[in-house]
Write a protein that binds this ligand. Structure first.
Ligand SMILES: Nc1ncnc2c1ncn2[C@@H]1O[C@H](COP(=O)(O)OP(=O)(O)OP(=O)(O)O)[C@@H](O)[C@H]1O
Ligand SMILES: [Mg+2]
Length: 326
């Protein structure tokens, strides 16, 4: 069975408040799952239960066939966990901390220096090995946490906002590292960066108020966007009103959004129910001589879907919005 991680109806209550409410999901070997949701949705709490740091109120997590409990050492040995925020033990140096983590995984003493070197190398820590962790910058603390998560070569990686606080070069490096590690592992990353989902994740789960509200590949999720098959074009500002009113009369058009760009106006023609309107618009543009540039068809937008499923309607702002006549 290549499912390495499974959550079954995981639930966490804090007093009367339910932070995580029946989350079920599975991640296969070779798969990177993006775990998304607004602040307070329950991502970190779910991850703490998956890693055995927090006991669920009900439900369970299974890693490589082992049920995770706070005391199941066998299950926890298979997991690499990057918690939110900075690593503990700020008064240790990077090297001391990584050696301490290696020892806690029962890595033989003679192997520890090599294991520490190789994990530190993977996230470029060599310049700060003898520096105390509490004196490191935010990004370097994040990298120390990542090195600690991967040094025992775990089968399952649970990374809570792994690129938070990293500079663009490091973000890129860490994504590459995650990609490379994913080949023979199951990985869950939580993130607020939607491009990261496109760049890295095979599948994404969006949660809101402790429940799963969407689950699919990035392109499946994008397909749920109101902007899928929307047509965007740049027209001279002077022609915009005239063009927009002609566009409103095209069959299948729901509304037109417009945003000013210097002497031009960017018009976004949103279809009814993702209808294919590009050809009809292209034909009219050609015969009407609209001086259209940058004509493109939208594949759908993850940010729009995220808003739709986490706060109801995701109508985007525009300098003017014209409703189509029905
Ligand atoms: N120990 C606790 N006691 C009481 N409430 C808690 C506790 N831990 C978390 N919560 C609450 O549970 C909810 C979910 O928190 P969690 O940290 O899992 O959210 P998150 O999705 O990780 O958010 P963020 O994107 O901000 O990291 C929040 O309302 C939080 O205040
Ligand atoms: Mg969190």
């Amino acid at each position: 069975m290549d499912i390495l991680l499974e959550a079954k109806e995981l639930t966490k209550r804090f007093g009367a408040f339910t932070a995580v409410d029946g989350i079920s999901l599975s991640v296969r070997k070779g798969e990177v799952l993006g775990f998304l949701g607004p602040n307070g949705a329950g991502k970190s709490t779910t991850m703490k239960m998956l890693t055995g740091f927090l006991a669920p109120s009900s439900g369970s997590a299974v890693i490589c066939g082992e049920t995770v409990t706070t005391g199941n050492v066998k299950a926890r040995a298979r997991i690499g966990y990057l918690p939110e925020g900075a690593p503990l033990y700020g008064d240790m140096t990077t090297r001391e901390f990584l050696a301490f983590i290696a020892a806690s995984h029962d890595i033989p003493k003679a192997d520890i220096p090599d294991v520490v070197e190789s994990a530190a190398g993977a996230v470029h820590l060599h310049g700060v090995m003898e520096q105390r962790i509490e004196t490191l910058s935010k990004g370097f603390k994040r990298r120390v946490g990542l090195a600690a998560a991967i040094l025992h070569a775990p089968d399952v990686l649970i990374l809570d906002e792994p690129t938070d606080g990293l500079d663009p070069n490091q973000k890129f490096e860490v994504r590459r590292l995650i990609e490379a590690m994913s080949l023979d592992r199951a990985i869950i990353i939580s993130t607020h960066i939607l491009e990261e989902v496109d760049a890295l994740c095979h599948r994404a789960v969006i949660i809101n108020k402790g429940r799963i509200v969407a689950d699919g590949t990035p392109s499946e999720l994008r397909a749920r966007s109101k902007y899928r098959n929307a047509v965007t074009m740049l027209v001279p500002a002077a022609n915009a009103e005239r063009t927009a009113s002609a566009l409103k009369r095209v069959g299948g058009v729901l509304r037109i959004e417009a945003a000013s760009e210097g002497d031009f106006m960017r018009l976004t023609v949103v279809p009814q129910g993702n209808a294919d309107i590009a050809e009809a618009i292209g034909d009219i543009a050609a015969v009407s001589n609209w001086q259209v540039s940058q004509f493109s068809v939208d594949p759908g937008r993850l940010d729009d879907v995220f808003r739709q499923v986490t706060e109801g309607d995701g109508v985007s702002t525009a300098s003017f919005t014209a409703e189509a006549q029905s």
